[in-house]
Design a protein around this ligand. Sequence first.
Ligand SMILES: [Zn+2]
Length: 432
Amino acid sequence: MALLLKGGRLVDPAAGLDTVADVVIRDGVIVEIGEDLTIPKGVTIECAEKVVLPGLVDLHVHLREPGREDEETVSSGKRAAAHGGFAGICPMPNTEPVADEGSAITALMDLADDGFPVQVFPVGAMTVKQAGELMAEIGDMHHAGAVAFSDDGRCVQDSGVMRRVMDYAKMFPVTLMSHCQDDALAGRGVVNEGVVSTRLGLPGYPAAAEEIMIARDIALCELTGCRVHVQHVSTARGVELIRVAKAAGLPVTCEVTPHHLFLDEDMLDLTYDTNRKMNPPLRTAADREALLDGLVDGTVDAIATDHAPHAAHEKQLEFELAPFGTTGLETALSLVNTHLVACGRVTWSQVAQWMCHGPRSCVPLIPEQRIEVGRPGTLTIVDPEARVEVTREWFVGTSRNSAFLGAKLLGKATEVLVDGEWALKGGKVVER
Ligand SMILES: [Zn+2]
């Protein structure tokens, strides 16, 4: 089957592209890029006024299968990903039971093999049951297909255990992903510790609780030589620690989430909106600016959503009792366009770096993707002028606990192709 993408603006910094041209995909592979291309038979997609990016990848996604299929399944999460423009996702292992052995990774891959073309790159647990005590079967999970390891949702508190995990994991070409949090210091905090926690009368979680563990993991990275990826960095000092580590040549990478980039603690108010309760919590406006500076200067490698679906009845609890997290897969790209590209602060080339190439450089086992002849036909096509109103009904994923409900956004993925197969077409998730 041949596909002709006609007249789109192709943007790919890795391929040195920012130009209007046509792309021909045949049998799942990009076979021709140029002007005025034609195909004898096949499907032509008009891409005028659209931006064509190499397929986006989200490094940080929570699917709830097995255990909480009422919140998200592997299949529903893949469809939510496509709706948001992602061609690939990395599910975290904090399911019930925890994905902490090879058979769990194999089971996840079987669930992901549902005929829907979004790619799934599993992340296994670092420790058994994510309890932070015994190292999990990392080699076994790697051989089953895990590309990275994380105890996300939790943080290994025992530095000796973390060191052993790093010593072992560095024998494989995998990435350790760390949710950096000193539990004793974070305590029962549910928002950033500071003026806003005082005003709202909610227990605070200080920035230092995150920064101490970022500093520890950088020190352990230096000690062991193991590749470390800091998940959802949310504070200015956290970014600075990583900037210094990178300058010293350490194999440290990091990600930021759209909610930490585009929301801050001042947006919490007396409505006590539990969809804005997340971990790490929304920080200060100055932290937000530092995260964006970190992206622009290359300290922050990737934008990742930390897509965290939760059942409505659980988010309807009091703020202190509701679970942490917001969904993110479906709104990330539109938020980035609305707040950064459309207003001229960043370019599409930078977006391609942060949402396609950056994630892949953090996790080398995710195959590289470029808009180049001979590469897979894995692309995300964006209509930068599309209007999105974020309502509960607009979502495709099972849960609707978005911190951005009610937002009016600009720009939307209209097509997602994975190896030449449609996951999203005309803005609609393709039924299979
Ligand atoms: Zn986390």
